[in-house]
Design a protein around this ligand. Sequence first.
Ligand code: Q46
Ligand code: ZN
Ligand code: ZN
Length: 329
Amino acid sequence: MKCRTCRGPAIIELPRHNANFCAEHFLQMCRRQVEKAIHDHDMIKKTDRVLVAVSGGKDSLAVWDMLVELGYQADGLYVALGIGEYSEESREYTERFAAERNLKLTVVSLRDDYGYDIPTATKVTGRVPCSACGMSKRHLFDKAAVDGGYDVVVTGHNLDDEAAVLFGNALRWDVEYLARQLPVLPSRHGFPKKVKPLIRLTEREMAAWCVIRGIDYIVEECPMAEGNRHIGYKEVLNVLEEKSPGTKASYYLGFLDRMAPVLASIAATGADSVTPCVQCGAPTGGEEGSVCAFCRLVERSAAHEPVSVELVRKKSRSQKRVQAEASKK
Ligand code: Q46
Ligand code: ZN
Ligand code: ZN
């Protein structure tokens, strides 16, 4: 197995590129893919102050590493979600990464700063954990970016993530979501610009980046991800990718090239008026004098006694059993 670039011994095989690479040229390929994504979608300027949303997983640590290497001024933000040991460990990985590289990291703790955590919010809302979690993270990333004067928020969503979301949106023909599924969300109505520089790289490639660069990251998946439909979509896409390498990239990148422009007029028809939340001042789509969804969640969850991860998982497993039994009848 030889490296496509230097013909030296290769360490990774990438069927979707029909190529193998040595460590040095694999890293070069990754950097080029990130630079291409940033350039093609006008994601980040060299003068921008960048805030990277980090979780302690491979993707967010890799994108932070790459941006710093490419010369961007990138700080990190970690939101401690209170998901038991998973959150404790992922925080340790993130703090170690930042300390070893002398990077600026801000930590916001849902429990310490807002009086709740994701297991408790899940119990209170009665919805899947990712619903309260995603909303909390979005709110806090936006707030940190605006308060800290950052120009752009970066997330570590990769090609597998985006292809899975696209697959779900297309299965439901959710045209509004499809229209908004772009790797750049411009700054609007007091929300910061948000970008996804890893859209041209896969999960496997990001794991390889971390191994080669000596980045330790949390390998375990979030224990509350059960029931997240995107996991199933990823499995389906992996089967297709296995049979026909390059399918995922042509599906998602082809969507950006050929379908997103067709949907652009729908994307532009989003909410045009926003009002500030009367409690936190964040922009909200509600009427004048309303309270945003985050503040409502905090109020209800902080008033509830803390709930453990295990309890929420037990409940979700027993709900699934009931559904399975009901579907047999
Ligand atoms: S942390 Fe939160 Fe994810 Fe866990 S509860 Fe879902 S959204 S899966 S990226
Ligand atoms: Zn090489
Ligand atoms: Zn609010």
